[in-house]
Design a protein around this ligand. Structure first.
Ligand code: MG
Length: 375
């Protein structure tokens, strides 16, 4: 029996994790769930999986049946005392930083889809990333290829990008992009924030930084190629010229299942690749004029230090304002660029300083955003 915890259980990755737990209920026991509040969705999950612990960000600590509900970020330290085989972090955004930090510091086994935490904790925690299993599909692909072998003979890794919903949109039409269009990802069904990040291609920029911290590779050895079919998720090129790639139809359950059962594999569905139907796999360079945030992110990554954190936080605030209809799609780039260029960056030594730093970047971004759109 594999005992797991799922933080962010009502989100897209969380729900798909529970689908796998449901399919393999003889092998997986869900002992902990976590979400922002005790919503109907979470209550249904509690009824179905009967976990020992439930964490909610908002609400009151209480006991329901045999389930202990722990509320409030200030009480997250309880995670240190929960012994599970694997914690799955499926939380979206910088909210994932504190639980990720606590779990890493207390030596728990984690699998994470939360790239914001990997990036923002990169400078403090990268030494602890060695045992972490990535769920982000591209990083899972690379992990499935290299496993935990030394990277001495890797010439470069290549992360693929679908190109998002605006791959073929003329640049002059970006001005009028609506929320609905930005959320309409052609290949992957995901949460709202990451869907908008995929539309700006900043998601791929984040993934380059994420790969840098996860695999300890220099930026010069991480490339991005646009691959609209989203069949190849990642490639590793070795010094002898050989390239090993990871292919499947896009399905987050594959990286989630791999993280849970690693190093074993389990059958998920019958959606196996039919190469004669796919026929063509195409590759394009990213269009840096239409999607300036990709290179902007890589530059932030190369500067290093706290710059990737400033970028991550500015984006989260800007994307939320866009999703609330308060700024335009193109303002996302304007705001992020202004914040990164003007925020007075300083170094942090521990997670509390990091969380304070993040709050300052959030406030600064809100003040910058006031000059945009109709906020
Ligand atoms: Mg990804």
């Amino acid at each position: 029996m594999i005992n797991i915890g799922v933080l962010g259980s009502t989100g897209s990755v969380g729900r798909q994790t529970l689908e796998i737990a449901r399919k393999y209920k003889d092998k997986i026991k869900v002992k902990l769930l976590g979400a922002s509040k005790l919503s109907d969705n979470l209550i249904n999950q509690i009824k179905e999986f009967n976990p020992d612990y439930v964490y909610v960000e908002l609400g009151e600590s209480q006991i329901i049946g045999s389930t202990k509900i722990i509320a409030g970020e200030e009480n997250l330290d309880f995670l240190k005392d929960v012994d599970l085989d694997l914690f799955i972090i499926a939380i979206a955004g910088v909210k994932g930083i504190k639980p990720t930090y606590i779990l890493l510091e207390s030596g728990k086994k984690i699998a994470t889809a939360n790239k914001e935490a990997i990036i923002c904790l990169g400078e403090l925690e990268k030494e602890n990333y060695k045992n972490l299993i990535p769920i982000d599909s591209e990083h899972s692909a690379i992990f499935q290829i290299i496993d935990r072998r030394p990277l001495d003979d890797v010439r470069r890794i290549v992360l693929t990008a679908s190109g998002g919903p605006f791959l073929n949109l003329p640049i002059e039409d970006f001005e009028k992009v609506t929320i609905q269009q930005a959320l309409n990802h052609p290949r992957w069904s995901m949460g709202k924030k990451i869907s908008v990040d995929s539309a700006t291609l900043l998601n791929k920029g984040f993934e380059v930084i994420e790969a840098h911290y996860l695999f300890g590779l220099p930026y010069e050895k991480i490339d991005v190629v646009v691959h609209p079919e989203s069949i190849i998720h990642g490639m590793v090129e070795y010094i002898d010229g050989s390239v090993i790639s990871n292919l499947s139809y896009p399905d987050m359950k594959i990286p989630i299942s791999y993280a849970i059962f690693y190093p074993e594999r389990k059958q998920l569905n019958n959606n196996f690749l039919d190469f004669t139907k796919i026929k063509n796999l195409t590759f394009l360079p990213p269009d840096n004029e239409k999607f300036p945030l990709l290179n902007f992110a890589i530059e932030c990554g190369k500067i290093g230090g706290m710059y990737p954190t400033v970028l991550t936080v500015a984006d989260e605030v800007a994307v939320n304002l866009f999703l609330q209809g308060k700024i335009k799609f193109l303002d996302i780039y304007g705001i992020i660029k202004e914040v990164v260029e003007n925020f007075k960056v300083y170094n942090v030594k521990n997670v509390q300083q990091l969380l304070d730093f993040i709050k300052e970047v959030e406030d600064f971004t809100v003040s910058v955003a006031k000059r945009y759109g109709n906020t």
